[in-house]
Design a protein around this ligand. Sequence first.
Ligand code: ATP
Ligand code: MG
Length: 727
Amino acid sequence: MDVTHILESLNDEQREAVTLGDEHALILAGAGSGKTRVLVHRIAWIIQTMNISPYSILAVTFTNKAAAEMRGRIENLLNVPAGGMWVGTFHGLAHRILRTHYAEAGLPKAFQIIDSDDQLRLLKRIIRDAQIDEAKWPAKQAQWYINNKKDEGLRAQNLDAQGDFMEQQWIDIYKSYQKICDNSGLLDFAEILLRAHELWLKNPSVLADFQRRFRHILVDEFQDTNTIQYAWLRLLAGQTSKVFIVGDDDQSIYGWRGAKVENIQRVQNEFEKMFLVRLEQNYRSTGNILRAANKLIEKNFGRLGKKLWTAGEDGELVKLYTAYNEQDEARFVVETIKQWIEQGNDRKDCAVLYRSNAQSRVLEEALLMENMPYRIYGGMRFFDRAEIKDALAYLRMVASQLDDAAFERVINTPPRGIGEKTLQAIRAQALKDGVSLWDAMALILEAQAVPARASKALNGFLEIINSLLELSGGAGLENLLLAVLEQSGLVEHYKKEKGEKGRARVENLQELVSAVKQFELDSLEAGVDEEFEEMDDLSVFLAYTALESSNGQAEIGDDCVQLMTLHSAKGLEFPMVFMVGMEEGLFPSERSVEEVDRLAEERRLCYVGMTRAEKQLVLTAAEHRRLYGREFYPKVSRFVRELPQDVIVDVRPRAQISTPISRNTFIDEDALDDFQLCLGQIVRHMKFGDGVLLNFEGKGHHVRVQINFYDAGPKWLVLAYANLQPV
Ligand code: ATP
Ligand code: MG
């Protein structure tokens, strides 16, 4: 059998890993060394040379996008369709298993997945209904508590407060929450994994079936698996399957969400005769970028330790730009991208990475001003937008009337005159009888327990859902959605919302129709496994919308600049990478600097960011930043200072940008001259009183100045209108 196409373009160590016999393997290697490539080639190798069906392989990757890419590459290597293969995220795969074994997992057939927004809403309601003091037990923290416990594999009944009153309350909230979810057939993200794990524990024959089926289990980005994911893998692998684990301890960045980097050690202890492969050649980045990244990560303690080298050129130096403020930073980024495109490069080869989602807004504005197309990975994703969630909640009501979270969302959206009082009555009824909100509504209508007006409004809602239910039998997903949009009144409602925002919402709803069309086409093509044919389209579509990671957006083929958080950049690569906001307090984040472990995780995140860059890496920091509605005057990040100075070039020498306030001299730019003002001067404003002139930006009539008022705090004002008087 000709396997050259699988083995060519692999180095010796990579080839060794790909061609291993029927054994366990751990590939432990640094960024860009070809780990993911080895994993994909290994799958092709197994299928081609070990006479194993593609359906007997289970591969776990970190995002849906990575899974799609993996399938694409396997198809290319083998020239066979890989549509129904078991390649996906932990959540996606576990969900697929639960769909086929819902009964054994103790779930209703039409169980629904709720995202973290719905989860939070539900928790708020529970805390309110139980009259718990929300100041002491905030819903957000309850959410964190529950998800953490689930990630650790713990149910409320496994927990013991040991007399701690606070803890007991959390446990009680967890209990009530789970009861409602179970009664309504709702699964949160953490529950998907926990439930799939328990399914196997409680049903040995189901587990045995899966163990027989999956002879090979491959995991990418293993360093970020958490306790329940590990337990799930361990159980599935049993005594017979072979695992192929790929990871890099230096890239473990989800410790804050329960990932256990120790799993790398654990897997070596628990699987016998595990073959260890190290890859040391980096194929991604230039010498300078790699040297900077290597040096940075050396500062961390307790690493497994790896060498990483490249045969490539040194390339350009890493650039550092220190901006006046976040606007200046964004402007610089956009200017640099423009020049790069003028040199004949593509926008899509350019990524802007940031620590916090909130940083994207200013960047977006700057990109919009220049009419430069961009796409955000991971930010507000399409399926998270309010109007889309509204429409989906109607679909969820059709899929399952037990879905209380969906009920709460749509009962009065758009407003149809159902008030809080009526809602309270429904909730109370549901609580009393232990039924869903939908059933409680029917009971209330029957008993005529609410005033005539409320009853009429409820009947209106009931009719909408019932008529959609009638349609859902055979009309097809697209028609069902069109009916939702029309009968719910959502489109009409958003049309009334004024201006651009309303228009965008209506367009988004229309876009949802395209998404449904595309979904129907894709599922036809994917030729899903026969065992899935039973699943109805609607449930599959809803699960897809809940699980689809934000990365979906960027798959749309336009050539646009890529914006994303450092976390979502994991595993990806781009010729040009910007890392913005390299400032103390932002990156490393404020809370991390006091704890050694957290700081180390931030440093790994920085390492991940830097190693995404193939040819050019640009770091930026602002001397003054407005973020989360607050003002900061940060120092440049320690991570910048930890880089070897000979690989960095300051593209705006610091001499020129020393903090204006410390200069306190007339500056040569004539912007302030016309007003006879200088930085550092004390000025008086009619409304805000006295303050120090700290900073300025812009030219001519557009000059804006920043004054730190003694009473009113720092403010930006347009100089031409501020009418400032020197004091
Ligand atoms: P990360 O740790 O960031 O996930 P990785 O170790 O998974 O990185 P890959 O993404 O698999 O690395 O590979 C990095 C880049 O190097 C890819 O563009 C890949 O195609 C290329 N590459 C890997 N091995 C080779 C090779 N032997 N010859 C040429 N290019 C290679
Ligand atoms: Mg990888």
